[in-house]
Design a protein around this ligand. Sequence first.
Ligand code: ATP
Length: 313
Amino acid sequence: MNEAAVIDVRGLTKRFGDRVVVNHFDMRVPRGRIYGFLGPNGSGKTTTIRMLCGLLTPDEGEGTCLGHDIRKEALKIKREVGYMTQRFGLYDDLSIEENLDFVARVYGVADRRRKVGETLERLGLATRREQLAGSLSGGWKQRLALAACLIHAPQLLLLDEPTAGVDPAARRDFWDQIHELAAQGLTVLVSTHYMDEAERCHELAYISYGRLLTRGTVAEVIAGAGLVTWAIHGAGLVDVGHRLRSAPGIRTVAPFGATLHVSADSEAALKAATAPLASLGQSLHITPIEPSLEDVFIALMQQAQDNFAPSPP
Ligand SMILES: Nc1ncnc2c1ncn2[C@@H]1O[C@H](COP(=O)(O)OP(=O)(O)OP(=O)(O)O)[C@@H](O)[C@H]1O
């Protein structure tokens, strides 16, 4: 028997005017999982997150978040969820400690002072407790925002691009922290545009134009895409890239440092597309490689239908 899911929603749909922004989306996230939510800008990730925590009512669809009905029990959901928005939502004129104290008051946290002190220690903020939030660097602001999300001991964290603009060391600390929290039973849904972060999730969902394109572990997502990828090394790769982009059957072409990744649905398509390169007279080395998550997502994105485009007659 399956353990009850922390997020269990079916058919979520949201329209703004005549635009379908989230289109019959299903999601099931078990407790203690880190679930990555990916997709191009404007694909409906934030809108979905807002429906999950009761901030927006879906036009269609149903389900539960932490066992509460997303349509009828928004207040209960909000009390048990930590939601970190893209803007962090901090008060610049308050210190780190005052920000946490304020959030703890809003949630009516019992034994507030002790809880604020513990959270400052846990997130490594204690030595800076008196510093104004407005004077913190991006990485420290993010750490404070995470602390503010955790102060009322939520069961679920909804993190909307939490590491945008944060340096790699701070991002690594952040992800270590997220894994520790998940190991303690917290469930995390995190939207990101960073592939290295996607690889740190237990499971991923990729949406485009509000529609789910793929989901699964990193290995499942890569295998499920059925891409065959070659790495091409050599001179004149910009020209090679131009030629391959217009070749039939080629799904993606992307430079990675001194190599070019070329992906297609089959080896035959790659062979056919690369055969004419011999006439360039350049020495090119071709090595079959495992497609990266980025190769797969770019291929998916290009395949996705734009549901905002007019329907064919
Ligand atoms: N309140 C609203 N009214 C009208 N349109 C909206 C509203 N909120 C979002 N949208 C539109 O819905 C679409 C999806 O937006 P959403 O913010 O959910 O995407 P996203 O995947 O989170 O994007 P990003 O990666 O850029 O944060 C966008 O085209 C956006 O302009």
